[in-house]
Design a protein around this ligand. Structure first.
Ligand code: ATP
Ligand code: MG
Length: 596
C-alpha cells in the first residue's frame, strides 16, 4: 500500500478509540468506513481490519500486539480491503500471517511494521508489445528463476485493455512499473511485478474443472489407499502427538506439487522452529535444488497476535491462488486449523457474540468453507490448467472427532485422514486409521493407476480395506476365544491383514529407504501382497495349516520389504515373489505328499 496515502489518512484520523479488549477495539466515528477495510491504529499505525459497523462506531480487529493503545488514539481508514502483496519474491521466504517478512534471527514483527520496499531485482523478459490487446490474466512477461523455472507476470484479474508501453528485457524490482495498459474503462493501469490482492476474496478463474490426476505424496497409505486429487481438499485430524506435524512436513518435502505453501498456524513456537530451521537446510528430494526455492512458509506461532492467525490461512490461500493462476500445481499445508478456529473463538468472545457449539461462533462452519472451497483444479483466466490442493491438520481435544472443528471440516473435504492415538502409541506411523479414514476420489483416480499399468488398483485397494475391516472384527473375537480357536479362513484373514499393516501401511518418515515410495514401488508392493493373499488362500483351501505358512522363512522378508527393498532395486520384488512361490510350493507339496 503506498505509504504516502496511508500517512495522509492517518493525520486526518477518521475515528477515535473508545474501547479496547485484547485484539479488538471499538472506535467512535461518523465517517464512511467500509466492512473489511484495513485501518491503521494509534501512533504506531498498527494494522487492523473493520469487522463490524454501527451507526456511530466501528469495531476493528488488530493484527498486532495492542499493548500501549488507549482510548482516544486515532484509527485511520486506508480505503482498501485487507490485502497482501504477491510477486516473484515470495518464494523461499518466511512470513507472518499478513505476509510481512520475518527476519531470520528473530521471528517477531515490531509494532507498526510495514513491508519494506524491496530492492531485489528480478530478470524480466517481456512477452507483449505496445499496441497489443490484452485480457485479464494475460502474460505480460516472465521472470526466469535460478532453478530454470519461470514465473509469469500477468495482468491482474480485473484489468484488460491495450498495452501502451512495456519495458525491455532487464532487471526490475517488484515495485517498478514494467507495463502500462489503457484499460477498456479508460483508466490507465500501471503493472509491476508485484501486485496487491485482498486476502478474503478468491482470485477469479475461467472455470473450475473436475480433478484429473492425483497429488502424489510418496506415502503409500495416502497415494494407494486414501489418495488426494490435484486440486483436492484433505483433513488430517489427530489427537496430541499423533504425527500431524511430521506428516505435514513429510508431504511438504515429498509431494509432487510445483509450489508448497506451509502455514504454521498457532502451533507452539518450538514446533514451528523445527520447520523454520530445517526447511532452509533441505534439498528438494525430487530435483536436488534447495527445497525453499519452491516453498513459502507462513508462521504464526501461538505467542504471536491472535488476529493475524485468523487472517493467516486466507493469506496462505491467496498466495496459493497466485501461483495456481500461473498454471502451477500448488499444495497448501495448514497446521493446525484448530488453532485457527481458537483464534476465531477468542475474537468472537471478546466481541460478546453469542457462542455456539464448544464456544465457537456460529459462523465457524462458513469460515471453514471459505477456506477449503478455495482449493480447486481450474482453467485460469488465460486458459492454463492450474490447481491448489489444501491439506489441513485438525487437533481435536482428547482426539474426539465429534467436536465442532472436525465435524464441520468433514463437510468440506473429500479426503479424511484420521490419525489414531492407539497406532501412534504403538509407534505405527503414519498413524492413519484405515477404518475411519476415507476418500471420495477413487473413481477419478482409477485412470491414473491404469495409465501406470495397474488397472487392478481399485480392486486391490478394496480387498486390502476389507481384510483390515475383518481383522478388527476378528481380533475382538480372538480376545475372547483365543486366536488358535479361530477357523483357518479367519486366521488367514488375520495373517494377511498383519502383512498389509506391517509391510504396506507402515512407513517411517525417518527411514532412508522408505520415507518416499514411488508409484512403481507402491504397485510392486500391492501386487506381491495380493499375490500372497491369493496363493495362501488357495494353499489353505488345499489343507495347509496356517502356522506352516506363518513359519515360512520368506515371511520375514515380506514383512520387511518396505525397508528392505529400496527405490532403485524394484526387480528384487520379483525375486521375493519367486522365493515366496518356491517356499509355499514346498509347504503345499508337503500336504499333498502326506495326503498321497
Ligand atoms: N511418519 C512418521 N514417521 C516416524 N515417526 C513419526 C511419524 N509421525 C510422527 N512420528 C513421531 O511422533 C512424534 C510426534 O509427532 P508430531 O509432532 O508430528 O505430532 P503432532 O500430532 O503434530 O503433535 P501435536 O498435537 O503436539 O501438534 C514425532 O516426534 C515422531 O517421533
Ligand atoms: Mg503438531
Amino acid at each position: 500500500m503506498p505509504q504516502c496515502m496511508t500517512w495522509m489518512k492517518l493525520t486526518m484520523a477518521d475515528a477515535r478509540i473508545s474501547w479496547i479488549s485484547g485484539p479488538v477495539l471499538r472506535a467512535a466515528t461518523d465517517s464512511g468506513f467500509r466492512i473489511s477495510e484495513s485501518v491503521l491504529v494509534g501512533e504506531n499505525r498498527l494494522l487492523g481490519e473493520v469487522i463490524r459497523i454501527d451507526a456511530s462506531s466501528i469495531t476493528v480487529q488488530v493484527y498486532e500486539d495492542t499493548s500501549g493503545l488507549k482510548p482516544g488514539d486515532p484509527v485511520a481508514g486506508t480505503g482498501n480491503e485487507l490485502s497482501v502483496r504477491l510477486g516473484p519474491g515470495l518464494l523461499g521466504n518466511i512470513y507472518d500471517g499478513l505476509l510481512r517478512p520475518l527476519s531470520t534471527q528473530d521471528r517477531h514483527i515490531r509494532q507498526g511494521y510495514e513491508t519494506p520496499v524491496s530492492n531485489k531485482r528480478f530478470p524480466f523478459i517481456p512477452d507483449v508489445e505496445p499496441g497489443q490487446q490484452v485480457s485479464a490474466g494475460h502474460v505480460i512477461g516472465h521472470v526466469d528463476l535460478k532453478d530454470a523455472r519461470s514465473l509469469l507476470c500477468q495482468t491482474p484479474p480485473d484489468c484488460q485493455g491495450q498495452v501502451i508501453s512495456v519495458v525491455e528485457t532487464g532487471e526490475y524490482t517488484e515495485d517498478e512499473i514494467i507495463c502500462e495498459i489503457a484499460g477498456d474503462d479508460d483508466i490507465t493501469r500501471n503493472i509491476s511485478l508485484g501486485q496487491q490482492w485482498p486476502v478474503r476474496r478468491p482470485r477469479p478463474v475461467r472455470e473450475r474443472i473436475p480433478p484429473e490426476g492425483p497429488m502424489l505424496t510418496g506415502q503409500r497409505v495416502l497415494d494407494s489407499i486414501f489418495p488426494l486429487s490435484c486440486g483436492g481438499r484433505a483433513a488430517m485430524p489427530g489427537g496430541f502427538g499423533t504425527g500431524k506435524t511430521v506428516l505435514q512436513e513429510t508431504l511438504a518435502k515429498w509431494c509432487d506439487a510445483d509450489i508448497i505453501i506451509y502455514v504454521g498456524c498457532g502451533e507452539r513456537g518450538n514446533e514451528m522452529a523445527g520447520v523454520l530451521h530445517e526447511f532452509p537446510t533441505l534439498d528438494d528430494p525430487l530435483t536436488g535444488r534447495p527445497l525453499m526455492e519452491r516453498t513459502v512458509i507462513i508462521a504464526n506461532t501461538s505467542n504471536m497476535p491472535v488476529a493475524a492467525r485468523e487472517a493467516s490461512i486466507y493469506t496462505a490461500v491467496t498466495v496459493g491462488e497466485y501461483f495456481r493462476d500461473q498454471g502451477m500445481r500448488v499444495a497448501l499445508m495448514a497446521d493446525s486449523t484448530s488453532r485457527w478456529a481458537e483464534s476465531l473463538r477468542e475474537i468472537s468472545g471478546r466481541l460478546g457474540e453469542l457462542p455456539s457449539e464448544a464456544g465457537y461462533p456460529a459462523y465457524i462452519s462458513s469460515r471453514l468453507a471459505d477456506f477449503y472451497e478455495r482449493a480447486a483444479h481450474v482453467r485460469t483466466l488465460d486458459g492454463r490448467l492450474g490447481s491448489l490442493s489444501i491439506i489441513g491438520a485438525v487437533s481435536p481435544p482428547s482426539a474426539d472427532f465429534s467436536e465442532p472443528v472436525t465435524t464441520h471440516t468433514k463437510r468440506y473435504v473429500r479426503s479424511f485422514w484420521a490419525l489414531d492415538p492407539e497406532r501412534a502409541h504403538a509407534r505405527f506411523y503414519p498413524a492413519i486409521n484405515p477404518l475411519i479414514s476415507y476418500t471420495q476420489d477413487i473413481e477419478i483416480l482409477q485412470d491414473y493407476w491404469k495409465q501406470q499399468g495397474h488397472p487392478q488398483w481399485a480392486e486391490q485397494r478394496r480387498r486390502f480395506l476389507t481384510l483390515l475391516e475383518e481383522q478388527a472384527r476378528l481380533e475382538r473375537m480372538a480376545r475372547i476365544v483365543g486366536k488358535d480357536a479361530l477357523p483357518p479362513r479367519q486366521r488367514h484373514v488375520l495373517m494377511c491383514a498383519e502383512l498389509i499393516n506391517d509391510a504396506f501401511l507402515r512407513q517411517s518418515a525417518y527411514s532412508e529407504n522408505d520415507r518416499f515410495c514411488s508409484p512403481e514401488r507402491q504397485i510392486a508392493m500391492m501386487q506381491i501382497i495380493t499375490h500372497f493373499i491369493e496363493q495362501t488362500e488357495a494353499a489353505i483351501a488345499a489343507g495347509v495349516d496356517v502356522d506352516r505358512i506363518t513359519d515360512m522363512k520368506v515371511m520375514r522378508r515380506l514383512h520387511r520389504m518396505n525397508e528392505g527393498i529400496s527405490e532403485n532395486e524394484l526387480d528384487r520384488f520379483q525375486l521375493l515373489q519367486n522365493s515366496l512361490d518356491a517356499e509355499l510350493g514346498l509347504v503345499t507339496r508337503g500336504v499333498d505328499g502326506s495326503a498321497g
